[in-house]
Ligand binder design. Structure first.
Ligand SMILES: Cc1cc2nc3c(=O)[nH]c(=O)nc-3n(C[C@H](O)[C@H](O)[C@H](O)COP(=O)(O)OP(=O)(O)OC[C@H]3O[C@@H](n4cnc5c(N)ncnc54)[C@H](O)[C@@H]3O)c2cc1C
Length: 587
């Protein structure tokens, strides 16, 4: 039997980056907010203490911070002619669970998208003519200018370390000259660079590029954020990606928002609350609330005036489909919107091996410690005749040398045994990796829907992912990798090893947790699931946050934009929706 709980003003599903931002913003307005998180509570000061965190077995290989695939997973295939099979081990991406979500174990590379990224369809068509066949790239219905103040709010919250490249239209020496205008400098100076990014920057400069310090949510100095929460300077321990930060040096929901939010009496967090569906009103026009299950198997109905899905893109899409909200996308007809334009990130790399007198010491690292060139991102260069649109950045991130995970070896090295060990010994301290981080343009055949065969532990159909890279990604990635090889050669190492993008997308090796699309944003309900305020076109009191909003995925990490959109949504709820509840007019 379902137990009905007292009504609340706002219920938030999922308590990661965007759930925490919305909870903070709406409780500050005096709203009564309850957040439902499927995972458990974890306290930075105890669970993630410095002494506990540097445990590769526990966190990287036993997946302690990632979602539990024995209860829910997804099925995967490359195209609609195939039968999708369940993902039974985590690989290509690592969605988070527990309080703070994937925000706890991210790297902290905190980007803004380019102004032209938000008008990708109209901008590219105007400059290069019609999009390639099958490409379903769309404009976002929101502009960079509208998001700029919200990017700034997130950067101030996190204390981002960086160097501005464009303040109010004035290009700044040492920053990214290609970025959109920003209203002020970053709140903290860049991280102090170490040897490898300096070598990369020198070579890139010699080739005529404009390297700059990657924007980092790792603290370059002590910082107290606008909520009064203090963070400490980063110690370069190299345990950021896939780990929490026990040193309070990486901005996460737990180190920036949660200490302040948990003091507020109008906020309640319920953990181990697995939301199973959104309940629609009898007339199908509003969300009545959500239904969730406790570890004891009790099913509870939480009614609310406003429902916010902040459960990461795959779960937001799953909840929409299993709750029967909106029209599912059909790749055969191109009709429907829920699940449409699933996209990802297209990465490649080059490793430079140096002689033993170049001591890189890969233990010295931080999640966003690096130098980057943006000359080949978005439309920062002329694509005429190149066979692709979009691009990506090329960077040398000195993120870690964690011994179980990091053992680069030259081409042709045996995969195990004495030969492999010798190569690891010789290479470990003397290699530099260069990464390319490319866009994925949306395509008619890449989408999310419900699997017809497999179900989760709660009896719901699994989400089915259908995805493969297209010619646009291969052409783009090869172009970026060629540029990375040129920089690698200019660095003057003994030999290089290329890791080019080849073959079908595989869900097995880790690539990035930058899944996007499926609940995309747009200017009309025919082409999108949400409007520019992230309000559902179907249910006026339902809002969705996260990278599901992206109509395609630009060449940057997503979270800066995900967070900026969350602030924009909070403002829309506070300033427009509460005064006149209903569909928000797209200005
Ligand atoms: C290893 C790693 C490194 C990354 N590095 C970077 C980086 O350097 N830069 C960058 O921009 N991005 C990075 N990311 C991506 C970044 O973490 C995400 O973009 C960000 O956390 C997304 O915020 P969110 O609020 O949408 O989801 P999350 O922060 O993941 O929060 C979602 C929450 O919802 C909960 N939830 C899900 N389903 C339910 C349900 N049914 N009921 C209740 N709760 C539910 C989950 O448990 C989770 O806590 C990285 C991600 C990973 C995994």
């Amino acid at each position: 039997m379902v137990k009905i709980l007292p009504r609340r003003e706002v219920v938030i599903v999922g308590f990661g980056w965007t759930g925490a931002i919305l909870a903070e913003q709406l409780t500050a307005e005096g709203l009564d907010v309850v957040a439902l998180e499927r995972g458990v509570w974890r306290d930075t000061s105890t669970e993630y203490a410095v002494t506990n965190i540097q445990d590769e077995v526990r966190y990287r290989y036993r997946d302690e911070l990632f979602e539990d695939l024995s209860r829910e997973t997804l099925t995967f295939r490359n195209d609609i002619s195939q039968t999708a099979l369940p993902m039974r081990m985590l690989g290509s991406f690592l969605p988070g669970t527990n309080v703070g979500g994937a925000g706890v174990h991210w790297n902290g590379q905190t980007w803004r998208f380019l102004p032209s990224d938000f008008v990708a369809k109209s901008h590219n068509e105007e400059r290069y003519g019609p999009l390639a066949d099958g490409m379903t790239v769309q404009d976002w219905g929101i502009t960079y200018d509208e998001l700029e103040p919200h990017y700034t709010r997130f950067e101030d919250l996190c204390g981002i370390s960086g160097k501005a490249g464009n303040i109010n239209g004035q290009i700044q020496e040492g920053g990214n000259p290609f970025e959109g205008w920003r209203s002020k400098e970053y709140p903290n100076p860049p991280l102090e660079m170490v040897l490898a990014p300096k070598m990369f920057a020198k070579a890139a400069t010699e080739l005529g590029y404009k390297p700059f310090p990657g924007p980092a949510a790792n603290m370059s100095q002590a910082y107290t954020n606008p909520l009064g929460v203090q963070m400490a300077p980063c110690t370069y321990c190299g345990f950021c990606e896939k780990y929490a930060c026990g040193n309070y040096s990486k901005a996460t929901p737990a180190t920036t928002i949660i200490p302040a939010l948990m003091q507020r009496e109008n906020f309640e967090l319920r953990t181990e609350a697995m939301v199973l569906r959104v309940i629609k009103s009898p007339d199908g026009k509003r969300a009545e609330g959500v239904e969730y299950i406790t570890p004891e198997g009790e099913i509870l109905h939480q009614p609310a005036d406003i429902v916010i899905l902040a459960a990461y893109i795959t779960h937001n899409v799953h909840l929409m489909l299993t709750s029967g909200i909106g029209t599912p996308y059909d790749p055969r007809t191109g009709q429907g919107v829920v699940g449409k334009n699933y996209a990802y990130q297209c990465v490649s790399g080059v490793i430079v091996f140096f002689d033993e007198d170049t001591h890189i010491n890969p233990y010295v690292g931080a999640g966003a410690l690096g130098m980057v060139v943006d000359n080949f991102n978005g439309d920062n260069f002329d694509h005429t005749g190149l066979g692709f649109i979009g691009g990506g950045y090329i960077g040398q991130w000195q993120t870690n040398g964690r011994p179980m995970e990091s053992h680069p070896v030259p081409e042709g090295t045996p995969k195990f045994g004495a030969g492999w060990k010798k190569a690891v010994r010789e290479s470990y301290g003397h290699t530099v990796g260069i990464g390319t981080h490319g866009a994925v343009m949306s395509h008619r055949g890449n989408y999310l829907d419900l699997d017809p065969t497999y179900t989760d532990a709660y009896g719901r159909p699994l989400l089915r992912m259908t995805f493969d890279f297209t010619d646009n990604e291969f052409n783009m990635s090869n172009y970026l990798t060629d540029r990375a090889v040129e920089i690698a050669k200019a660095m003057g190492g003994r030999e290089i090893r290329e890791g080019r993008r080849k073959g079908h997308y595989s869900i097995v090796p880790y690539q990035s947790t930058h899944n996007t699309g499926g609940t995309i944003m747009g200017s009309n309900p025919r082409e999108s699931v949400i409007n520019k305020y992230q309000q559902s076109w179907d249910l006026e009191n339902l809002f969705l946050t996260g990278a599901g909003a992206f109509p395609q995925n630009p060449g940057y990490n997503p979270t800066g934009t995900v967070a900026a959109l969350a602030y924009h949504t909070a403002d829309a709820i506070r300033n427009i929706y509460l005064k006149s509840p209903g569909p928000l007019v797209q200005a």
